[in-house]
Design a protein around this ligand. Structure first.
Ligand code: CP
Length: 337
């Protein structure tokens, strides 16, 4: 399903394709952990184009491509590209696809990556198009949900998920809703300020999938029945003014006391990141960092596995990963003192 295709949305994916992708992602684990190396994409070039700020998506896509043996060419910031001189997305795509085997692109406008893909001669992965979608994040989130449920001895059939925060503008939530609609009977709690509620089309999507949905704005009540809590940042870059965004900053603050007093034992905390740790927001307190259920950095690690799997499947080398296996000869990680 992925071979030679764009990944612009998760809307066309089915569970069979996703399970296949996740099987390949598990194959990637020893390579991502630097226990082994592969050169299966040696000679291939990734065009990594980010026209909005990013740490995780940009670096993990680049790392994933490098870990498969490929080369990465980056363009960051609209002002550093000829888009700032009036070049169209179509022309940019025609040019850059002549220099690359695959392109990842992030852009602030909804559906801009789709427009770009129409001019591309190579597969394009949507790295986030404004508030619309973030397909690779949704895939790594689903992979993480499944792994975290297994870690606490549960399955997707027992999933009770709370989305918390800016559900109006959070593109990771929007893409994840499409994937959750592929499963039966999920309990979903939607907790946000009223003005930042999940757009109705996603509520309808989840409801038409047969999920039980509760909508509210009370933090303690909203997290009390969840085995997965998925918090999102107030997406200040999507607001008309800083002043408007500031009204919602710090609206929901999850810390160790609230977690211990109100969550189910073993409840898992996820966040697509970045978490806003400034004093006026502090949405996930640092005192949660050592909680076993605090999964946000396992989630970011999973991003590399899933993005390696996407490259391998799209470029059709997923069955040859171990053909060029080598062991690594450098010190991996910190040595215990
Ligand atoms: N989750 C995510 O998209 O993070 P970045 O903005 O750092 O890429």
């Amino acid at each position: 399903m992925f071979s030679g295709q764009h990944l612009l949305s998760v809307q066309n994916l089915n569970l069979e394709a996703i399970n296949e992708l996740f099987t390949v992602a598990e194959v990637m684990r020893p390579y991502a952990k630097r226990e082994k190396m592969t050169r299966v994409l040696e000679g291939a070039v990734l065009g990594n184009m980010f026209f909005e700020p990013s740490t995780r998506t940009r670096v993990s896509f680049g790392s994933a491509f490098n870990l498969l043996g490929g080369e990465v060419r980056e363009t960051t910031g609209l002002s550093n590209s000829a888009l700032a001189k009036g070049e169209s997305l179509y022309d940019t795509a025609q040019v850059l696809s002549g220099y690359s085997d695959i392109i990842v692109m992030r852009h602030p406008q909804p559906f801009s990556v789709q427009e770009f893909a129409e001019g591309s001669r190579v597969p394009v992965i949507n790295g986030g198009d404004g508030p619309n979608e973030h397909p690779s994040q949704a895939l790594l989130d689903l992979f993480t949900i499944s792994n975290e449920l297994a870690r606490i001895g549960q399955t997707m059939q027992q999933l009770s998920l709370t989305f918390l925060g800016d559900l109006k503008n959070g593109r990771t939530v929007h893409s994840l809703c499409y994937l959750l609609a592929l499963f039966p009977n999920i309990r979903i709690q939607l907790v946000s300020p009223e003005a930042l509620a999940l757009p109705q089309k996603y509520v309808d999507l989840l409801s038409n999938a047969g999920h039980q949905i509760e909508i509210g704005s009370n933090l303690e009540k909203g997290i009390s029945q969840a085995n997965i809590i998925y918090q999102t940042r107030i997406q200040e870059e999507r607001f008309e003014s800083e002043q408007e965004a500031n009204r919602y900053k710090g609206y929901f603050r999850l810390n160790k006391k609230i977690y211990s007093d109100h969550c189910l034992p073993n409840a898992v905390i996820m966040h697509p990141l970045p978490r806003d740790s400034r004093n006026d927001a502090n949405e996930l307190d640092n005192d949660l960092n050592k909680e076993p259920g605090f999964a946000i950095f396992r989630q970011t690690d999973n991003g590399v596995l899933v993005r390696m799997a996407l490259f391998a499947c799209i470029l059709n080398v997923h069955k040859q990963i171990s053909d060029s296996d080598r062991s690594v000869n450098w010190q991996v990680g910190l040595k215990p003192k």
